[in-house]
Ligand binder design. Structure first.
Ligand SMILES: [Zn+2]
Ligand SMILES: [Zn+2]
Length: 148
């Protein structure tokens, strides 16, 4: 992550009139640095050492604000708790069936699907979702070891 990205995000918050508390700054920085699509709980655990008075509710509250401003998006895959992604560019996700890890997958957006669906159904398509599922390299390594 470049420093510029954090600075840009902070400028966006300032423009939106959002106060930049130390916690909010830390949550934002963690999201921009982490490529792991963390849950609110993971963010909380990563930052509780630095902010002993911070609650999980504070993390949620900050995530909600960042989401409203468009700096973060919430991912809801499966029944587990939401994960958060600070990469606002269009991209797909590959999800590990074993450990739940989510990795970014950059592939040209499938616009043709949307226009074809519009033609066929008469719907005005707003968006589509696609996820790919499999076993990540780490989990494949573990299952290899178990077999031996
Ligand atoms: Zn895995
Ligand atoms: Zn992502």
């Amino acid at each position: 992550m470049s420093k510029d990205k954090l600075q840009q995000a902070i400028d966006t918050l300032k423009k939106a009139g959002v106060r930049i508390t130390p916690q909010r700054h830390a949550v934002l920085e963690y999201l921009l640095t982490s490529m792991s699509h963390p849950t609110a709980d993971e963010i909380y655990r990563a930052l509780e050492g630095k902010f002993p008075n911070m609650s999980v509710a504070t993390v949620y509250n900050n995530l909600r604000i960042l989401k409203e401003i468009g700096l973060v998006r919430e991912l809801t895959y499966g029944d587990d708790s939401s994960r958060f992604d600070s990469n606002m560019n269009e991209h797909y996700h590959i999800i590990c069936n074993d450990c739940g890890k989510i990795v970014d997958f950059h592939y040209p957006t499938l616009d043709e699907i949307e226009s074809l669906a519009e033609k066929i159904s008469g719907f005005e398509i707003s968006h589509h979702r696609m996820e790919l599922y499999g076993k990540c390299a780490d989990c494949a390594e573990i299952s290899k070891k178990v077999e031996v």
